[in-house]
Design a protein around this ligand. Sequence first.
Ligand code: PEP
Ligand code: MG
Length: 694
Amino acid sequence: MEEIRLLKVINELGIHAHAAGQIVELAGKYRAKLFLQKDSREVGGSSILSILSLACPKGSEVRARIVGDDAKKFMDELERLFKNKFGETERGQYRPRKKTVKMKGFPVSPGITIGEAHHLDRSRTTVFYRKLINKKEVEREIDRFKHAVNMAKEQIQKFKSNIPEQVKGYAFVLDTHSMILDDSLIFDSTIQRIQREKVNAGWALKKSVNTIHQLFKKVEDEYIGRRMDDVDSVSERVLSNLTGVEPDSLTEIKKEVIIVAHVLSPCDIVEINVNHVMGILTDVGGRTSHMAIMSEALEIPVVVGLESATDIIVDGDLLIVDGNTGDIIINPDPDTIITYEDKKKRYYRYKSAIDRVRHLPAETSDGHKITIKANIEFLGETKAAIENGAEGVGLYRTEYLYMIKNHFPDEQTLFDDYSQIAKMVAPNTVTLRTLDIASDKMMTSDSYMETSRENNPALGLRSIRFCLNERNVFKTQLRAILRASVYGNFRLMFPMISGLGQFLEAKRILKSVMRSLDREEIEYNRNIPIGILIEIPSATSIADILAKHADFFSIGTNDLIQYALAIDRDNEHVAHLYEPFHPAVLRMIHQVVMAGNKEGIDVSLCGEIAGDPLAIFILLSLGLREFSMNIGSIPLIKKMIRMLPLEEVRENFKGILKLPTSKKVESFVLRKAQSLLPDIFKDDVFRYRTIGIG
Ligand code: PEP
Ligand code: MG
């Protein structure tokens, strides 16, 4: 049986990916074979890419030929699809690049920017040619390829199930991606290539994609032609699954753009050049992921946890990024651009007013001295910390020298770094936290870490546990810190302490390092204060015991909240449950402050909430007088402190520990904040950003 009909393309967008997808889906329901012909070219109707390559814009005619059982029924249905414009009217105009789309993520670095989107280029995964020598290798390569494709499908499916409400109408884009993975021009042809040419999966896939590129070169319709982007993005997903390598093209960005990436690692952030990068958007990431914390120091607007930004936004889209609210507007209309230009001006005017006080002391309006220090990740941030008014470094996260190299740094490298920071910050203090490696701060390619990936790294061999296990690594760092301690004022802090035994063990190792320096007659500060980063609930419970053995406490709320509420701090799916104002968290902080005060040791707080304008009221009322925070938050917090009467805050917040939920805490604090500092909390340009409360 053969049925032939001439079908007219009457929908606005022509046979684009979604329309082609519907044809392929229909063809899958019938045993009969469909062929579509335009001009002199005929292609099979079961390949989305072959159909797209016909390039059929509105007004064109396609000759459909169906051979086999039920050809007429099949043809009738096909004709209906064409006549119904492939459902285009129901969906409205869905060319993403022309339609204004709004998304909302988690703002992690304030500011407003307007600029062009630039996908972090993943199309440069280096694929090496490898000849397969026997049948077994061929089979193994095919299995690897199938596995990588399945992984990609799962990844896409996950995006789809989490697609934000505002962009639900674009879920089909993700369906198209899944279909492309199944397409014979990608899937079958890659497998055939592996078999026929006896080459590795990555090489075979690249060749398949190149062939499709050739096919698409002839397509004149810009929209359809741009669907090659979809093929590239899907194949890149498979390639990176195959190689496990994320290409890195950050350093190659030479014009002003807003980066759109699935994920950025802390190492990526280090490489960002803020002269070119105006803002960052990522699909994944919670507000206190290390990438987020670091990105704030760049002082460009950053919004994370957008879930499907990389699927919705295409290169060259005009974006508005509001790092104060997390709002993203893709291809805004002219009125919206004008509104945001105005908002941007007001925001930066407001910011410069704040910046003017940054070098003044953080003294409350009734004369109480508060200390504001900076959290930093690497030496290069020290200058910015001082310029922003930090009175010392309250948390030096020392992991970076370990993460950027693919081996553990030697003592001299560490010493050079530590002695420089000591000199730069003196006479103020630097609190060095010993190595807090693992969890999300994996080393890039150290063989030890490669072979010891854990299922649950946040609860695994991280931080002080790792150091107590890898004593030589630990001792090398301690030697470098002690040797550098003579160049400035250091405090030494052990992270992730869960019990007294662990702390005493760490101190014993420190003492043994001191003894060996004594033997070698190397100078160091033998009175270096030794403290605990309180970030595990067990440590808050026994804070009274720990306080007898420590010189100071610093409360690390980022992890404390994670472990107290059982919420992964880097998981955007549960980010809304990460509640810094949870009554349990406030009580834990209070307990630690009380325990420290009783023993007469310093207690400070270095979690991200220290830089949160609402949280600061609570923290002051709980008795904290020293904070270490993200560099970008320092000027505002200083300005607020200088306007606040501490006694009044204390009086006003007396009942805070009795409130039952974080929502109640938040509205209570907001009310008080608006009455105590109306000038700051009334301005709509500045939206106070409370981490974790959406
Ligand atoms: C914390 O956990 O609060 C902290 C300060 O350390 P980090 O964010 O580096 O884990
Ligand atoms: Mg921590």
